[in-house]
Design a binder for this molecule. Sequence first.
Ligand code: GLN
Length: 469
Amino acid sequence: MIDTLRLTAEQASELVRRREISPAELHAAYLEAIAARDPELHCYLHVCEEAEGEGIPIALKDVIGTRGIPTTAGSRILEGYVPVYDATVVTRLKARGLRILGKTNTDEFAMGSSTENSAYGPTRNPWDPSRVPGGSGGGSAAAVTAGLAPWALGSDTGGSIKQPSALCGNVGLRPTYGTVSRYGIVAFASSLDQVGPVARTVRDCAFLYSLIAGRDPCDSTTVDLPHPVELPEGDDLRGLRIGVPKELNEAEGIEPGVSAAVARAIERCRELGAEVGECSLPLSAEYGMPCYYLIAPAEASSNLARYDGVRYGYRARAADRVEMYARTRDEGFGDEPKRRILVGTYALSAGYYDAFYGQAQKVRTVIRREHDAAFERFDALACPTSPTVAFPLGARTQHPLAMYLSDLLTIPSCLAGLPGLNIPCGLSEGLPVGLQLIGPQFGENTLFRIGHALEQALGFDPVPARLRS
Ligand code: GLN
């Protein structure tokens, strides 16, 4: 029997290519792992018992539209919704023969940092099931770590790929805005949303990125990559300059164990030949959060207007049409989307627009320029992905602001439209710590190169201690 816990996508493809295992047998091995471990972890909202394709399986976050397969975005309001078309990323994966294993759990409409906002119950962290896997893409991250998928796709608006990868101890990329199509993705905040890969190794992550990236006529924000994706091979970092943004490494609330592991990884970069220097992103660190929490809810309030009980999913019973709209939205949305719709509608309303949304857009430009200036001196920036390791379920559900702070370090580069890679860099209290590498626009290859070299040098074991046999 195949050990799905240790199998990388690269190894799985090799087994299929050499005909040591058929695609159907590989799919069956994952179904068996899911049957054994998913009742405890709840990574999947929907499992595909059968699939077509001669390639290897993949899990998809449930905000990614899949023809004929339910797509709920973790919300009651999309219960029973079965898309009639595939998202472009799905079309691309299918063209390469990849088989859809299932749809993974997410905070409702990808709003959250722990997967506890899912209407279908939380996902648990494979390292310690009393803890969260991060979010919103906790299902994809936990599935990859627990060997319930060789790799997966997530989506990231303010950290939903990077942060769960950090908390689960795997590799996650938020690509440069505009490199991956959003066509067929359930929209949250359209100027921030990006789809990206979650994998067990940097090479798998880079390869999966190469499969989904590129211009799509159906998404006018996409562009062709200026250069091809390179699968990283080397293990030295000579000639690279890595900047350490002071404010993002010394921010209040970063756990000492996280700081220590990240500092060791940065030191490792120096030993591998990189030139490491300090830099500063003061405005990004101070105003990133408030800026994000105006722009993201404003765009969400507009995007979520379409859920009216008429076109998709859930419809409440009511005497007339207006009451039907109101009751559908009241019963269909959970607390977090409602909170964001209220904040967003307020920020966009006449008389407040300039003071809130307009101002946030200006701040966003300042944040972008501050990053541009840092990249005049450095090829990549390094800091923790999450200020803390995985926290216990329930610890932040009563405190929306405490939950929002989970993304303190991932949000600034998202606002700037820049790529970010999480790679596991050690353990603190027996739980994974993630290093965040931020690149300039289209700088993914540099991130892969650094991530791969560090992965070799650090020798992090991605299999949770409690699952090792
Ligand atoms: N946790 C952040 C939020 O709640 C980011 C979510 C995401 O990237 N989808 O908005």
